[in-house]
Design a protein around this ligand. Structure first.
Ligand code: SAM
Length: 242
């Protein structure tokens, strides 16, 4: 049988940015549904845990950035906090994703922007969250430096990202799920040929938690740490802008 022809293989073609834009534009209408189904609804609690690491209570009227905001689920998790009185700017370079999220909460604004060249002044934000976004950047270090640039000194960056479980029996079970179940269900529901094969491949290609912590420090963050969630399927990383 002939090998499966990928619609786009970033490892071969190299133009990952165009692939990521096209992919999220295509899957936008089914993105939230697939998140709920493929994570068994656990993704909502991961986002709440990420928000709890942000320390927004020290500046509840401040302006916060949610980068790679997609359909604004993580932005909304912050904006909906009962004592939150500030604004969350959700930035993403796929505007159809942002449009789908605008009604999820008040106190949010959506801005079309590339994470590698943010249209914001230096030291504008009191904190930043990124949910399942940094893995998609063509230049991780440049993205981290851009985030550091737009954060005030002392502000927190919280990154929620997929990771790879390391312990038996979760490791082989998760590998089986992410290689066989997730791509098939994802392709069937999203109608995109490769988006949900790209997902586990991009997780494998992403630095492990301690390597990513080094990249945090290099970009200008201190007190960097991380916490694995749900057997290490996802990890919350955080640090304070120096
Ligand atoms: C997996 S989605 C995550 C969405 C949302 N944060 C969440 O928690 O569900 C990744 C998002 O990152 C965005 N993205 C990827 N690269 C980007 C870049 N260079 N600049 C801005 N957004 C980017 C994509 O358009 C997509 O909406």
């Amino acid at each position: 049988m002939a090998p499966v022809q990928l619609e786009f293989d970033p490892s071969v073609d190299g133009d990952k940015g165009s692939y990521v834009r096209e992919m999220f534009t295509t899957i936008a209408p089914r993105y939230d549904l697939l998140n709920r189904v493929l994570s068994f609804n656990i993704d909502r609690s991961w986002r709440r845990r990420a928000v709890s690491r942000l320390g927004w209570q020290s500046a509840p009227t401040g302006t916060y950035l949610d980068l790679c905001a997609g359909t604004l689920d993580l932005a909304a998790a912050l904006a909906r906090q009962p004592a939150f009185r500030g604004t969350v700017i959700g930035a993403d370079f796929v505007v159809p994703m942002l449009r789908l999220g605008r009604a999820k909460a008040e106190r949010m604004k959506a801005v079309g922007a590339d994470a590698l060249a943010l249209p914001f002044d230096d030291a504008r934000f009191y904190g930043c969250t990124v949910g399942f976004g940094v893995r998609n950047l063509t230049d991780l270090d440049r993205g981290m430096e851009e985030i550091a640039r737009v954060l005030k000194v002392g502000a927190r960056l919280v990154v929620l990202e997929f990771s790879t479980p390391q312990r038996w029996p979760i490791k082989p079970l998760y590998q089986c799920y992410s290689r066989h179940v997730l791509p098939r269900v994802g392709r069937w529901v999203s109608k995109h040929a490769t988006a949900y094969s790209y997902l586990p491949d991009s997780v494998l290609g992403f630095p492990g938690p301690s390597q990513f912590a080094d990249r945090f420090r290099r970009a200008g963050f201190r007190d960097v740490d991380y916490q694995p969630l749900t057997f290490g399927i996802a990890t919350i990383h955080w640090g304070i802008r120096t």
